[in-house]
Design a protein around this ligand. Structure first.
Ligand SMILES: [Zn+2]
Ligand SMILES: [Zn+2]
Length: 179
């Protein structure tokens, strides 16, 4: 995919040859004019039902992440900020999203968590570009269990799953005993 010509250099949908992106129309994965052409399901309209990588929490509410059609549409100050990363939303909307606070194992060695959402967020960031299925397979858990952890949905096996997933992600949990 890295070698494929992407929108805006690409002018036509890879599947149906229709003109791409006219009048601000969506472009999926830099290649396609529609979810159908991209071979993806139509995205949900309710952010709470969207996968974690497509949404973000604002004032305690889930909202969709901003959708960019190409790297060139991402504002330069965001693109050049070393603490951000961008990724294609391959499982849902097909747009580029910005991820904040990319985890740099070279400089960040310990992270304090204030609430369950912080843990969920950390798990998503540690997973990075790997799919849930890939991480779940390494951890030896069902992908649904990982999804629950990442979305803060309780399950009786959550605690056991968490430690398996952390091991698969090559990190360890800790508690600061004196603060
Ligand atoms: Zn098309
Ligand atoms: Zn998305």
């Amino acid at each position: 995919m890295a070698s494929e010509t992407l929108f805006p250099t690409r002018q036509r949908c890879k599947a149906c040859q229709k003109a791409l992106g006219g009048g601000g129309a969506e472009v999926l994965l830099g290649l396609y004019c529609s979810a159908r052409c991209a071979g993806m399901a139509a995205p949900v309209t309710d952010p709470t039902a969207a996968p974690r990588e497509c949404k973000t929490q604002r004032d305690g509410q889930w909202v969709f992440k901003r959708r960019y059609r190409s790297i060139s549409e991402i504002p330069e100050r965001i693109r050049e900020d070393a603490s951000t990363d961008h990724y294609w939303c391959r499982n849902h909307c097909g747009a580029l999203h910005i991820g904040h606070s990319r985890i740099n194992p070279g400089t960040e060695q310990f992270r304090m968590l204030q609430n369950p959402a912080d843990l969920a967020d950390l798990l998503v960031k540690l997973r990075g570009h790997a799919t849930r299925k890939q991480v779940a397979e390494v951890a030896g858990v069902r992908p649904i269990r990982l999804k629950e952890l990442e979305e803060g949905i309780g399950h009786p096996e959550s605690m056991a799953t968490l430690f398996k997933v952390l091991a698969a992600l090559c990190v360890r949990a800790g508690v600061a005993l004196r603060t």
